[in-house]
Design a protein around this ligand. Sequence first.
Ligand SMILES: Nc1nc2c(c(=O)[nH]1)N[C@H]1C(S)=C(S)[C@@H](COP(=O)(O)O)O[C@H]1N2
Ligand SMILES: [Mo]
Length: 214
Amino acid sequence: MFDQRERRDLEKRMKEQNRLPPGQSATIKFPVLHYGPVPRVDLAQWDFRVFGLVEEERRWTWAEFNELPRTQLVLDIHCVTRWSKFDTVWEGVSVKTLVERGFIRPKPEARYVVQHCEVGYTTNTPLEFVLQDGFILATHFDGQPLTPDHGYPLRGVAGVVGGRRADDKYFWKGGKWLRGLEFRADDQPGFWERNGYHNVADIWKEQRHSWPGF
Ligand SMILES: Nc1nc2c(c(=O)[nH]1)N[C@H]1C(S)=C(S)[C@@H](COP(=O)(O)O)O[C@H]1N2
Ligand SMILES: [Mo]
């Protein structure tokens, strides 16, 4: 059983440090949230594609993906359903690093990125969002490979690193069971964005839903 007192103390501490966005509560657990079934993944068939407005489209097998430069990251994550989890530890591949090291070369016209996941789930952000430190393509959580529920073998993670920034976004902007990144000139609303969630998803402005007054 998780201790209510421990949770409340954490929430108070995070609030004092200005790390608790409006309307959120701290959790010590790690809730699971997604639409549809957990896809079964065969790593022998798995690939990761980088396509659209890039100088060269890419396709990496699971073995190749694991040869890419790796990053560890500590993030606060904020779900639109109002739970926040602090100091979560992720490991995987940083899109920023891939761009800096020439593994991905976005064309100058590329301004948005769509994350493509198993069974057609997508989520969209500006290109700058996936290029900042608060976004990672994660294979590991807390030192262990992702569990199927949390996106095994690969997920996008959208979180907050090192204090508040202008473009901190809710956790749904990280797609679980991620299979590719599409670079685009125009924005393309993803699954939750077409189903009522806010396109921008700024956690500090509480951009939860796109319906006014909801
Ligand atoms: N493929 C996929 N990714 C998804 C979702 C989904 O429905 N499908 N839901 C998003 C939402 S709303 C949240 S809050 C987080 C939840 O991640 P978790 O289950 O690891 O907590 O995943 C995001 N990524
Ligand atoms: Mo969510």
